[in-house]
Design a protein around this ligand. Structure first.
Ligand SMILES: [Zn+2]
Length: 297
């Protein structure tokens, strides 16, 4: 599995030109980037240079986006938020509005951008979401969902996400419409979350208890990547530092038997599966360097 993990990392490394991590301001996501890349350096052959930083950004970005999506589900039930849209769309909207707008962190922006740029190659959806196989197909990365995600991101910052919009072949009219749509989403989430936001002097609310199950054979390397990077702790810390959670929540990294991530309201637990993180690296092997050579920005 380490071999596969390594091959995936190599293929991904050409996606996004890595930023010099030294230029990023201090943050838990920057630390996750540095530590995640440092771990990859120990499992990749020497001489790969800075290309592995692109791989680290892609993996961390997908993991963070999945966690924030499930934070959206958790907040809907914990804060009893009224949601008009389909729950999956609302969770996506929460994840992207919060990751891009509320969290002022260039390291996180870089991760989100890397994920967004990977959705489309030459205007065609590149289907690689491991969560698409789950029982209800609720998280399937359909063409529609991918466009919705990119629309939110492009609406927030047309320049930062220009490459994503270009790859999705978005017209200028669509980009302009996305700007308005993003503004509406931002205002709606601001309205819904305002009563629950923590002020600087607040003592805080509930906190996450994070637990890693011992990884089953085959998941050792991805488990080490998760723990070494601290990406789960960074994402959880962001949410509990932003929102006054009415109860303590659990976040469990587990062996599930399939790629999945879910919010389980009865036990107030978010389960993030090792299979999901590993699948993000395995499906990335579809991204051959030849494909990317024709579509790289
Ligand atoms: Zn969901």
């Amino acid at each position: 599995m380490i071999g596969k993990f390594r091959a995936a990392a190599l293929a991904l490394a050409v996606l996004t030109p890595p930023a010099a991590s030294a230029e990023l301001p201090p943050s838990p996501f920057k630390d996750a980037y540095i530590e995640g890349a440092a771990y990859l350096r120990t499992v990749m052959p020497p001489g790969e240079g800075t290309r592995l930083e692109g791989a680290a950004l892609y993996l961390l970005g997908n993991i963070a986006a999945t966690l924030f999506h499930d934070f959206g589900h958790a907040l809907k039930s914990e804060l009893q938020l009224p949601i008009v849209a389909a729950h999956e769309s609302a969770a996506d909207s929460f994840a992207h509005v919060v990751m891009v707008a509320r969290v002022d962190d260039p390291a996180l922006d870089l991760m989100v951008r890397t994920v967004a740029e990977s959705y489309f190659i030459d205007g065609r959806l590149r289907e690689t979401d491991p969560l698409a196989d789950n029982a209800l197909g609720a998280h399937a990365m359909s063409d529609h969902r991918a466009h919705a995600v990119i629309c939110m991101l492009v609406g927030s910052d047309p320049l930062l996400f220009k490459a994503s919009a270009d790859r999705a072949a978005m017209t200028p009219e669509v980009r302009a419409a996305c700007k308005a749509e993003y503004a509406d989403s931002l205002a709606a989430w601001g309205y819904l979350l305002q009563p629950h936001l923590l002020g600087d002097t607040d003592e805080g609310g509930g906190a996450f208890t994070i637990a890693y199950d011992p990884p089953q054979p085959g998941f050792e390397a991805i488990a080490k990547f998760l723990q070494a990077s601290g990406i789960v702790e960074a994402a959880a810390g962001e949410l509990q530092g932003m929102i006054r959670l009415p109860h303590d929540l659990n976040l469990r990294i587990a062996n599930c038997g399939k790629a999945e991530a879910s919010w389980q309201p009865r036990t107030r637990t978010i389960v993030f599966c090792y299979e999901t993180a590993l699948a993000y690296s395995q499906t990335a092997m579809d991204l051959t360097e030849a494909t990317l050579a024709t579509s790289a920005p």
